[in-house]
Design a protein around this ligand. Sequence first.
Ligand code: FMN
Length: 216
Amino acid sequence: MTTFDLATTDELLSTTRAVRKRLDFDRPVERSVITDCIDLSQQAPTGSNKQGWRWIVVTDADKRKTLGDLYRKGVGNYLETAKQAAEERGATQDTRVFDSAQYLAERMQDAPVHVIPCIEAGHIAADAPRRAWIGLGGSIFPAIWSFQLALRARGLGSCLTTLHLAHETEAAALLGIPDNMVQMALLPVAYTKGTDFKPAKRGPADDIIHWEGWED
Ligand SMILES: Cc1cc2nc3c(=O)[nH]c(=O)nc-3n(C[C@H](O)[C@H](O)[C@H](O)COP(=O)(O)O)c2cc1C
């Protein structure tokens, strides 16, 4: 018999969303809540139990401004184009996502905390086989998701973003991140305006499960 309260656990798992428009930019975030959530994220799995994570947490307004600028530079006209294309094909969920992403791009610097999860990758050559890169990403995204779940459980929200990575070198220079560390994302973190998030519309599991092999 499970020891978990499934109603609460399933609600956490199904309502932890990419929060953008409902980030409360005016409410300060305590350092301790960030530390607690990163602490919990360290229980996540990693290939070879390596745990080569580092978390750059930025609250300094000037640095957040620069990260916001780098993020917007990475966005370019991608979100605008993607939103238009989504509108044209009548994809309302996608249109909402791109609209919300544009809002975040404009306001990124206003999130009181920016978190950049990094992982040690000095041992991986640029032309390493695909499995090496899968192992690297697979060794940090579970921790990032745990961090996001832990935030949600405490009334905070976040959005996993990757568009600043087009300018990761400039971000590394700004924050003094060494060459052997790979930045994996930039998460704006804040308390959320309200906590009543809903599950997203997703297809049924039966549509994507292949029991015993692809053909079935
Ligand atoms: C690998 C990855 C990269 C992402 N990059 C961005 C990004 O750069 N900017 C952004 O606003 N959202 C980004 N997202 C968030 C997705 O847009 C979001 O998860 C998706 O639209 C589903 O929304 P939901 O998480 O609320 O269900 C990213 C998500 C993932 C998993």
